[in-house]
Design a protein around this ligand. Structure first.
Ligand SMILES: Cc1cc2nc3c(=O)[nH]c(=O)nc-3n(C[C@H](O)[C@H](O)[C@H](O)COP(=O)(O)OP(=O)(O)OC[C@H]3O[C@@H](n4cnc5c(N)ncnc54)[C@H](O)[C@@H]3O)c2cc1C
Length: 608
C-alpha cells in the first residue's frame, strides 16, 4: 500500500496573489476581518500546507488503491480516513471563514479557499466529505429555522456529524426538475420522505455516526419542474438518536475519486423516513440549493486548480531530473552529453502551458474570492451600492472558474502525463491518479455545458447587463493604462483584440436570442465560456506581469524572488501570444454560424 506523498503547492504564488496583486491588506485588520493581519494569514498558509502534508498527502494513493467498500449496508472508508477526519476538525481548518458566533475564526473567504486548494490537492477523495458537510451546514445556516440551526449546524461544523447534498435521481441528472422523490406533510409538521437518490457523495461513511442529508423532494400538490421542489433535512439518525429509514442500496465503482463513496440512497422504503422542511416555506428548494451551488461551484473550480497545480509541479520536478537526448544544437554529435528533458523546447512548451494556465486559473479564483471578501467588507461598512458591484462580478466569474478550471484540470493532468512519458502512465507516479480524479469536475455540480448556458442565458443579462459592462470597463482600464508598456504592450494589444472579439460575440448572442436563432446559442455556448475565461485569465496574467516587473526592478540581482517574477513575465507573454489568439479564432468560428451540429440527423452520426 503506497504511503508516498507527492502533493506539491506553490506557496509563493499564493502570497503574491494575496498581497501584491489583490491587496488583501486593504481589507484585513478591520471588521469583519479585524482579527487578521498579514502575518496571521501567511502563518495559516504555511501551517495548513504542513498539515495536509502530514495527514492527507499520505492517504491519497492508498485511498485510491483501497477504495470504499460496502459491508452489511455500511460504507467503509480506506485506512487513515477516520484519523484524518478527527485531526481535521481538531485543527479547525474547516471554520476559517465561519463567523465567530458559530465557532469560526472569521477569516477572509479567500484564505479559506487557499487552504481548500491544499485540502483538495493533497487528497481529493477525502476532502469531498468535509467540503460537502460544510456546504450542507451553510444551507441550514442561511435558510434553516433557529431550532434547525441549533440542532444541526454546530455538530456539522465541528465534525461530529457529516452532511450530503441529494439532488440526483436516475431520471433527474442535469434535469433536476424531473425529481420524483416525494415529501408528505405529517400532522406534527415533519414530512415523510420517499424516493431514491443516486450518485450521492459521502452518502455513507464510517467517520461519523450521523449524516445529515439535504434532500430535494416534491410535496403532493407542487407544480412540475424545479419550481415545485422543496429542500428537506433528512438525517441518517434523528436528533434523538433513533435510526431513520435511509438505506444504502449500493456504491459506485468509478474511474477516479475512488475513496469518496458515491452512494445510492433509498429513503423511506419501509415508510419510516422522516424529514424536516428547511425553513418554513415549501417550494423554495431550488433557490436554497442555488445559494449552496455558487459556493460548491467555486469549490469544484478549486478542486481542478489543486490537482492541475500539483500535476504541473510534479511534472516540473521530473523534467528537471530525467535525462534524455542531447541539445538540438548538437544533433549531429552522438556523443554529446545527455540533457534533462526540461532543456527540450517541446517539454518547455508543455511546462509553460501548464504554468500559465495553473497560475492564471488561480488568479481567476482569487479575483473571484476577493470580490466576495470585498463585498462582505463593504456591506459591513454600510456601502451596499459598491458591494453590489462585487456581487455582480462573483455571479459572472463563477461559471468561468467552475468550467474552465475543471476542463483545463483534466487537460493539464494529461499534459503532465505526457511530460513524464511512459512513467506518467504508471501508478508509480501521481499524475495518472490526478488525471482520473480530475475528470469528474467537469460533470458534477452542473455539467460544464450547464455552466455555459448559465453564463450566456442568465449571467450576461443579469442586472440589465451591468455586470458585463463593469467587467468590460475593468479590462478596458487595464488596457488603457498599459497599452504602451515597454515589455508587455504587444501582449496587451492581443488582450484588447480578445476583449473586442468577446464583446462582439456577446452581441451576436443577443441578436440570436431576439431574432429567432435561439437554437444557435447552446451549439456554441461552451466555446463562448472558454473565450471569456481565457480573456479574463490573459488580463490577470498580464496584470501580474506588470506588477512583477516593477517589483523585480527594485531587487538586488541575486534575490531569489527575481526568478519568481521572471516566471510571471514569461507566463503572461506565453498566454497572450499562444492562447489569447485562440479567442479571436473562436469568435471567427462562432461568427460563421455553422449549423452542422444542428442539421445532422441523429441517424446520420452512424448506423445504430
Ligand atoms: C462521482 C460523482 C459524484 C456525484 N456527487 C453527487 C452528489 O453528491 N449529489 C448529487 O445530487 N449528485 C451527485 N452527482 C451527480 C452529478 O451531479 C450528475 O452526474 C450530473 O449532474 C449530470 O447528470 P447525469 O449524470 O444524469 O448526466 P445527464 O444529465 O444525463 O447528461 C449527460 C450529457 O448530456 C448533457 N445534457 C443533459 N441535458 C442537457 C441539455 N438540456 N442540454 C444540453 N446538454 C444536456 C450533459 O451536459 C452531459 O454531457 C455525482 C456524480 C458523480 C459521477
Amino acid at each position: 500500500m503506497s504511503q508516498q506523498n507527492y502533493y506539491k503547492a506553490n506557496l509563493r504564488d499564493l502570497s503574491f496573489l494575496l498581497f501584491e496583486q489583490f491587496k488583501l491588506d486593504e481589507i484585513i485588520g478591520k471588521p469583519p476581518y479585524a482579527n487578521w493581519g498579514k502575518d496571521e494569514v501567511l502563518a495559516v498558509i504555511e501551517e495548513a500546507y504542513g498539515w495536509v502534508q502530514k495527514y492527507l498527502g499520505p492517504i491519497n494513493a492508498s485511498g485510491d488503491e483501497q477504495g470504499c467498500k460496502l459491508e452489511n449496508g455500511q460504507v467503509k472508508t480506506p485506512a487513515g480516513f477516520r484519523e484524518a477526519w478527527k485531526a481535521l476538525f481538531e485543527a479547525g481548518w474547516r471554520t476559517l471563514a465561519i463567523e465567530e458566533k458559530h465557532g469560526g475564526q472569521a477569516g477572509p473567504f479567500t484564505l479559506a479557499m487557499m487552504v481548500e486548494e491544499f485540502m483538495c490537492g493533497s487528497c481529493t477523495s477525502f476532502n469531498m466529505y468535509p467540503a460537502l458537510t460544510q456546504g450542507a451546514a451553510d444551507v441550514i445556516l442561511a435558510f434553516g429555522t433557529p431550532e434547525q440551526q441549533a440542532t444541526y449546524v454546530q455538530k456539522m461544523l465541528d465534525g461530529t456529524w457529516a452532511g450530503t447534498m441529494c439532488l440526483t435521481e436516475p431520471q433527474a441528472g442535469s434535469d433536476v426538475g424531473s425529481a420524483t422523490t416525494t415529501a408528505r406533510r405529517r400532522a406534527d409538521g415533519t414530512y415523510e420522505i420517499k424516493g431514491t437518490k443516486i450518485f450521492i457523495s459521502g452518502g455513507d461513511q464510517d467517520m461519523t455516526d450521523n449524516i445529515v442529508h439535504m434532500v430535494l423532494a416534491r410535496t403532493p400538490d407542487a407544480p412540475a419542474g424545479t419550481r415545485g421542489l422543496s429542500l428537506f433535512i433528512v438525517p441518517k439518525r434523528r436528533p434523538d438518536g433513533s435510526p431513520n429509514d435511509v438505506a444504502v442500496a449500493g456504491i459506485e465503482h468509478k474511474m477516479g475519486i475512488k475513496a469518496s463513496a458515491t452512494a445510492q440512497l433509498v429513503f423511506g422504503d419501509s415508510g419510516g423516513c422522516i424529514g424536516e422542511l428547511v425553513g418554513t416555506t415549501e417550494q423554495k428548494g431550488m433557490s436554497q440549493m442555488f445559494h449552496l451551488m455558487n459556493y460548491a461551484r467555486i469549490g469544484v473550480g478549486i478542486q481542478g486548480l489543486a490537482l492541475a497545480s500539483s500535476a504541473y509541479l510534479n511534472a516540473l520536478d521530473y523534467a528537471r531530473d530525467r535525462k534524455q537526448g542531447s541539445s538540438i544544437m548538437h544533433w549531429k554529435d552522438a556523443t554529446a552529453p545527455r540533457v534533462p528533458i526540461i532543456e527540450h523546447a517541446d517539454v518547455r512548451r508543455m511546462l509553460l502551458d501548464m504554468k500559465a494556465k495553473v497560475e492564471g486559473i488561480r488568479a481567476l479564483a482569487v479575483k473571484l474570492t476577493m470580490h466576495i471578501d470585498r463585498a462582505n467588507a463593504l456591506e459591513h461598512a454600510g456601502d451596499k451600492a459598491q458591494a453590489e458591484y462585487h456581487h455582480g462580478q462573483v455571479d459572472l466569474l463563477v461559471p468561468l472558474l467552475k468550467s474552465y478550471g475543471s476542463d483545463q484540470a483534466f487537460l493539464i493532468c494529461a499534459t503532465a502525463i505526457q511530460v513524464y512519458g511512459g512513467a506518467g502512465f504508471l501508478s508509480d507516479w501521481p499524475v495518472e491518479q490526478y488525471c482520473r480524479d480530475s475528470k469528474i469536475f467537469s460533470i458534477y455540480e452542473g455539467t460544464n455545458h450547464i455552466q455555459a448556458m448559465d453564463l450566456v442565458g442568465r449571467k450576461l443579462m443579469q442586472r440589465g447587463g451591468a455586470n458585463v459592462q463593469q467587467f468590460t470597463r475593468d479590462v478596458g482600464a487595464f488596457v488603457a493604462a498599459n497599452k504602451d508598456h515597454a515589455t508587455f504592450k504587444d501582449g496587451v494589444a492581443v488582450l484588447a483584440q480578445a476583449m473586442e472579439a468577446l464583446t462582439s460575440t456577446g452581441g451576436k448572442f443577443m441578436l440570436w436570442f431576439g431574432g429567432g436563432k435561439i437554437e444557435m446559442v447552446p451549439a456554441v455556448a461552451n466555446r463562448f465560456l472558454e473565450m471569456m475565461a481565457e480573456t479574463t485569465i490573459g488580463w490577470l496574467l498580464l496584470e501580474q506581469a506588470v506588477i512583477a516587473e516593477a517589483a523585480a526592478g527594485k531587487l538586488p540581482a541575486d534575490h531569489p524572488d527575481r526568478a519568481f517574477y521572471l516566471g510571471k513575465r514569461h507566463a503572461a507573454l506565453y498566454f497572450a501570444h499562444n492562447v489569447l489568439p485562440g479567442v479571436l479564432a473562436k469568435a471567427q468560428v462562432i461568427a460563421r454560424e455553422d449549423r452542422s451540429v444542428l442539421d445532422i440527423p441523429a441517424a446520420a452520426f452512424a448506423p445504430s
